[in-house]
Design a protein around this ligand. Structure first.
Ligand SMILES: [Zn+2]
Length: 394
């Protein structure tokens, strides 16, 4: 595989690694889809680089006894100290599906689906943790996704001692299935922190809204739709419609909604180019911020609430600085670690309940300074700070 595409050195290269085969001085990695290099699906990595990445937990690994190789859901290797060069830049013209300037049709959608490889298992990773929590929480099955041969039950957990006189706090995770700490953070909150809120607030937590995307480490659902731009009751994404239906009886009762996300390097290496290709548009490269930030609702900003969360998370992980233009992912920084979107207009998850206090967390898992545990801990800190703050406002 030729990594010297244009001699522009990159520090950070993110790939989906399906297999890693060890030789004396190197590993040969078999890659899952990775943009234009899909056809060239292997990569040699110096053994020391690979093992260092693994030691630093920049590789999430599990053993797969079936094929005798390590299987990695996702790997992020830091190349900065090595002479390999590559270009992370991609345009809609180089995205391997579709024709530049032409939106995808059914054939392109089928091709895209065929290349979405199942890299992890919702029934093994997520459902047992939900089952274990059923001792303390009521587990609600609020929908079922049926995609080709795969079906997924959608679960939410509710406070068992639900008291209609108390406010409701809503936590959602895995709206974007690839954003792992959204799922693990929601579950870890329930496992380690939720008990302390008993009798003070009614909790409802949907930890993995998009299980098809979770398994394929993907932003979109089976129909190549972004659930977090399709929170409409009559919308085309069943993940989003099912959550709206679950929560519709609580409309007006939810005091706080926190939606747990990540911003990852694959947003630039895969998902934004894929979006441009899908819609037949030009891809404009962007910059991935190194650190945590929040997305407030520009139609109902709650700056004190956001700052309380940023302050709590800052004790766990670093907060993203703005880029040279004062922006984070193209939006002006309005306060330390905070940008704003019109969430209802964008049909985002935090727009669905009418809650006065809403936020979307964005943890950065690809930072060399952040481990998966730290990312999950940051999500838990954000959830607790959000609940703690709103409890002071009633
Ligand atoms: Zn997201």
């Amino acid at each position: 595989m030729n990594l010297a595409l244009d001699n522009q050195p990159v520090k950070h290269l993110q790939v989906n690694v399906l297999k890693a085969e060890a030789y004396d001085d190197r590993y040969e990695l078999t890659l899952g889809d990775w943009g234009p290099r899909q056809a060239e699906n292997s990569l040699e990595v110096p053994r020391a680089v690979y093992e260092q990445a693994k030691t630093e937990r920049r590789l999430s690994a599990s053993n797969n006894p079936k094929d005798g190789f390590d299987t990695h859901a996702r790997a992020s290797l830091i190349w900065s100290t090595f002479s390999l060069t590559a270009s992370p830049m991609m345009t809609a013209a180089t995205y391997p599906i579709g024709l530049p300037g032409t939106p995808w049709g059914e054939a392109e959608l089928d091709t895209w689906r065929q290349h979405r490889i199942r890299l992890r298992n919702y029934a093994e990773d997520v459902v047992p943790r939900i089952d274990a929590l059923s001792a303390q929480f009521d587990v609600v099955t609020y929908g079922e996704l049926n995609y080709s041969d795969d079906s997924y039950r959608l679960f939410a957990l509710r406070s068992r001692d639900w008291n209609p006189t108390l406010p409701v706090a809503l936590v959602t995770g895995g709206v974007h299935g690839y954003e792992t700490s959204g799922v693990t953070g929601a579950l870890a909150f329930l496992e380690t922190q939720a008990a302390k809120y008993a009798g003070r607030v009614n909790l409802i937590v949907a930890p993995c809204v998009s299980p098809w995307g979770y398994e394929r480490v993907n932003r979109w659902n089976y129909d190549a739709l972004d659930p977090n731009r399709n929170f409409r009751a009559d919308g085309p994404a069943p993940e989003s419609a099912a959550l709206i239906q679950l929560l519709s009886p609580l409309h007006g009762q939810v005091l706080m909604h926190i939606d747990l996300h990540e911003t990852t390097d694959s947003d630039e290496s895969e998902f934004r180019p894929a979006l441009a290709a899908r819609d037949g548009k030009d891809y404009e490269p962007g910059e991935i911020p190194d650190g945590f930030y929040l997305v407030d609702d520009s139609d109902n900003p709650q700056p004190e609430f956001q700052q309380a969360i940023v302050t709590a998370v800052e004790a766990v992980t670093h907060i993203a600085p703005p880029d040279a233009h004062g922006n984070i992912i193209g939006s002006p920084l309005v306060a330390h670690g905070v940008i704003e979107y019109p969430v209802a207009k964008y049909a985002m998850c935090t727009g669905i309940t009418g809650a006065p206090y809403t936020t979307t967390t964005e943890v950065y898992p690809d930072s060399p300074r952040a481990s998966p545990k730290e990312c999950s801990d940051a999500q838990v800190a954000a959830v607790c700070a959000a609940i703690d703050y709103v409890l002071t406002q009633i």
